[in-house]
Design a protein around this ligand. Structure first.
Ligand code: ZN
Length: 208
């Protein structure tokens, strides 16, 4: 089961990302060394509480629509650090508890600080942007180890390139976004004189 909320909510999110400089278009040098024509950093949107609340209200509404008469989730878990803010705001919008999981010394994620999943609870895993889905999959593995049987995933942006990055597990999101990237030697923007040189996202030419 996949879900993009559709035009109005998706358009609102993309506008809020642009307004927050969380979605940039240009010629970027990524930390991996690859070049890209787009850059997404949802934390730049989430630093604005009003925009975070609005985006999470849209995501919560999309989840409720999809669930219909079914009871919504009981608990939202966001993997730290990236999804702490999103998970909390999404929990607020859904009217449920919101916690975060932390990297464990032995690998994977764990719940600390007295956070717990109660028997029979249905859990929603929150992530701001799903790319490889690696952190989410590690949280899903943690939840399976805790005996949780009903889970789903929600994110603001899906840039995994697929509809079902978590297989059979329901996945809700507001927008699908493609962010193609290339080795520098294959970069079409490097070949385009009008594009200018590749810059690190967030750096401002002339102000350094
Ligand atoms: Zn390039």
């Amino acid at each position: 089961m996949a879900l993009t909320a559709g035009c109005p909510a998706e358009a609102r999110l993309l506008q809020a990302l642009r307004d927050s400089e969380a979605l940039l278009e240009g010629h970027f040098l990524l930390s991996s060394g690859r070049h890209a024509g787009r850059y997404v950093q949802c934390a730049k949107l989430l630093q604005h509480p009003d925009r975070a609340a609005a985006a999470c209200a849209d995501l919560a509404a999309a989840i409720r629509d999809r669930l219909g008469a079914r009871r919504p989730y009981d608990l939202v878990v966001g993997p730290a650090m990236g999804a702490v803010t999103l998970g909390y705001e999404l929990a607020r919008a859904l009217g449920v508890r919101g916690v975060f999981s932390e990297r464990a010394a032995e690998g994977g994620f764990s719940l600390r600080r007295g956070f717990e999943v109660r028997p029979g609870e249905r859990v929603l895993v929150a992530e701001d942007v799903v790319t490889t889905g690696k952190s989410v999959k590690e949280v899903l593995a943690m939840l399976a180890g805790l005996g949780v049987t009903e889970v789903a995933v929600a994110s603001l942006v899906n840039r995994s390139g697929g509809d079902y990055p978590f297989g059979e597990i329901p996945y809700f999101r507001l927008a699908d976004l493609e962010v193609p990237s290339w080795q520098a030697s294959d970069c079409p923007l490097c070949a385009d004189p009008a594009a200018g040189p590749a810059v690190k996202p967030g750096s401002r030419p002339g102000l350094s």
